[in-house]
Design a protein. Structure first.
Length: 447
C-alpha cells in the first residue's frame, strides 16, 4: 500500500475514533479536553469532520454536553446537519469510537497525518515552483520554500503561546503578582515547606543512598498532601502493596513496622486499637496507589490526566524510584545513561504539560561513601547528569547515624536542598522514626 493510500485509509479511521469518543462523552468521561490539547484548526481531512469537531468544541466551551443527541440538535439549529453528513454519519462516527484511554493516541494520529498532508502539499508547491523558476531566481525560490518549511516545523502555530515580545507580557505578569502564589502541593514538614515551595509543573528529585529514608520521606509527603485535600498519586515499583500498606499503618497509627511485618501475635491490643482508629481517616484520603512493577512514561501521563479529570486538580505524583522506570521505546539497546536521560527529560515535559508536581526518588552512586563525612552531593546522582539539569528541586538525604550509630545526631536526617530553582539552597534537619516508617519535624511532639 502506498503512503497516499495509507493516508486515505488511516487518517479517516483515526478521525472517526476521536469524534466518536467525543460523541459518547458523559459527565464522568470527557475526552474532548484531551483531544483539544493536541488538535489544531485544519487537522481534519474532511470538511464534514471539521464541522462536527467545531460543533463539539463550541458546546464543550459553553460547558454543555457533547454527546450525540446534543451535537445533532446543535447541527440542526445551525442548519449544518446535512453538511456534516446527517444523522447516519453521526451514528457511524459514534460506532467507530476508540476506548476511553485511547483518545490521546488517535488525536496524535489525526494531528500527525494533518502535518504530513501539509508537508506533502508544501513539497508539491516546491516542485511546481521549481518548474517555473528562472535560473537567476533559484536562491530566492529556495528561501521561500525554506520559510514555508520553517512555519511547518513550528507545529502549525501551536507554539505561538510560548513565543512573543517580552514587553507584551509584563503588564499581565505584574497583575498576577498581586495575588500570593500558593503551593500546588505540601510536604507536611514545616521547615521544608518554608524552603521549597512545590509549584505546578515542578519535578523534584529526592535522592540518597539505600537506607537513608527516601521511601519514608516521600510516602509521608504523599500522606500529608492527601490529608490537605489535594489529590495524590503514588507509583511504587520498589515495594509491593503489603509493604506499602504496612508502612502507611505504621506511620499513621504509630505501630512498630517490625510488628506489622511479623503479623499475628506480634501486634498487641493497643496496636490493633490504634490501627482501627486511623482507618476512617486513611480510607477518606484522595490518595491513589499504583503498584505496577513496570512503569512507563505513557502510564504516568495517562494516570495524571485521568486523575485530573476525576478530581478537577492535577495531582502530586510520587515515583519510587526513577531508575526503575522504563521508557516507551521498543529499543532495548539503550544504555542506562540514555534510558535515564530520556525518562528525566520526559518527566519534565509531562509535569509542564499536566501542571502536576512530580517527586521522584533516585539512587546515588557510592561517591559520598568515599568522602569525609559521607555527605552526598548532587554530582552523586547515578546514571545520568540529565536528572540534575531537568529537576526544579533536588533534595539529598543524609543520616549520620547510619554510618556512626553512636553519633550525637542519632535520630536526625539532613535534607540537603542541593538545587532549588525558585529558592535558596540549604539544609533542613528533621527527625526520623524509621521504626514507624516516618520522618517528622524536629520540634513536633505527638506521642
Amino acid at each position: 500500500m502506498s503512503e497516499a493510500q495509507l493516508l486515505e485509509t488511516v487518517s479517516p479511521t483515526a478521525e472517526a475514533a476521536v469524534l466518536g469518543a467525543c460523541l459518547l462523552a458523559t459527565p464522568a468521561y470527557d475526552p474532548v479536553a484531551d483531544a483539544a490539547r493536541i488538535l489544531a484548526d485544519g487537522d481534519w481531512s474532511a470538511p464534514a469532520n471539521e464541522l462536527v469537531w467545531a460543533t463539539i468544541t463550541r458546546l464543550h466551551g459553553a460547558s454543555r454536553p457533547t454527546g450525540l443527541p446534543m451535537v445533532e440538535a446543535e447541527l440542526r439549529r445551525t442548519g449544518d446537519l446535512e453538511r456534516a453528513g446527517g444523522v447516519v454519519r453521526l451514528s457511524q462516527l459514534a460506532s467507530g469510537a476508540c476506548g476511553p484511554g485511547e483518545v490521546g493516541y488517535y488525536a496524535d494520529l489525526v494531528h500527525g497525518y494533518a502535518a504530513l498532508r501539509r508537508f506533502q502539499a508544501a513539497l508539491t508547491r516546491a516542485v511546481q515552483a521549481s518548474q517555473l523558476t528562472a535560473p537567476t531566481d533559484v536562491l530566492d525560490a529556495i528561501r521561500a520554500h525554506q520559510a514555508e518549511l520553517d512555519v511547518l516545523a513550528l507545529g502549525d502555530g501551536k507554539t505561538d503561546a510560548h513565543y512573543g515580545r517580552l514587553g507584551d507580557e509584563l503588564d499581565e505578569h505584574l497583575r498576577t503578582l498581586e495575588t500570593p502564589i500558593e503551593a500546588a502541593a505540601v510536604t507536611g514538614l514545616v521547615d521544608l515547606d518554608h524552603v521549597v515551595k512545590l509549584r505546578s509543573g515542578n519535578v523534584v528529585v529526592v535522592a540518597g543512598r539505600p537506607g537513608m529514608g527516601k521511601s519514608a520521606l516521600t510516602l509521608g509527603v504523599a500522606l500529608a498532601n492527601a490529608a490537605s485535600g489535594r489529590p495524590t498519586l503514588v507509583h511504587s515499583m520498589e515495594m509491593g502493596k503489603p509493604e506499602v500498606l504496612n508502612r502507611v499503618l505504621a506511620a499513621r497509627a504509630r505501630v512498630g513496622l517490625h510488628h506489622l511485618m511479623d503479623g499475628g501475635p506480634a501486634n498487641d491490643d493497643g496496636d490493633w486499637t490504634r490501627m482501627v482508629q486511623v482507618l476512617p481517616e486513611l480510607s477518606a484520603l484522595p490518595l491513589w496507589m499504583d503498584y505496577a512493577a513496570r512503569l512507563t512514561l505513557s502510564r504516568v501521563r495517562h494516570r495524571i490526566k485521568a486523575l485530573t479529570r476525576e478530581t478537577g486538580h492535577p495531582p502530586l505524583v510520587i515515583i519510587d524510584y526513577l531508575q526503575l522506570m522504563d521508557t516507551d521505546q521498543l529499543n532495548n539497546r539503550q544504555s542506562p545513561y540514555e534510558r535515564v536521560s530520556e525518562i528525566s527529560r520526559e518527566l519534565k515535559v509531562i509535569a509542564e504539560e499536566t501542571s502536576a508536581v512530580i517527586i521522584c526518588c533516585a539512587q546515588l552512586n557510592r561517591g559520598s561513601e568515599h568522602r569525609e563525612g559521607k555527605r552526598p552531593a548532587v554530582s552523586d546522582l547515578r546514571d545520568s547528569g540529565q536528572i540534575e539539569q531537568d529537576a526544579s528541586v533536588i533534595i539529598l538525604l543524609h543520616r549520620e547515624d547510619y554510618y556512626e550509630p553512636a553519633s550525637e545526631h542519632a535520630g536526625e536526617v539532613d535534607l540537603i536542598v542541593g538545587k532549588n530553582r525558585n529558592g535558596v539552597t540549604t539544609t533542613v534537619t528533621v527527625a526520623h522514626q524509621l521504626h514507624f516508617a516516618r520522618i517528622r519535624d524536629m520540634a513536633r511532639e505527638d506521642g
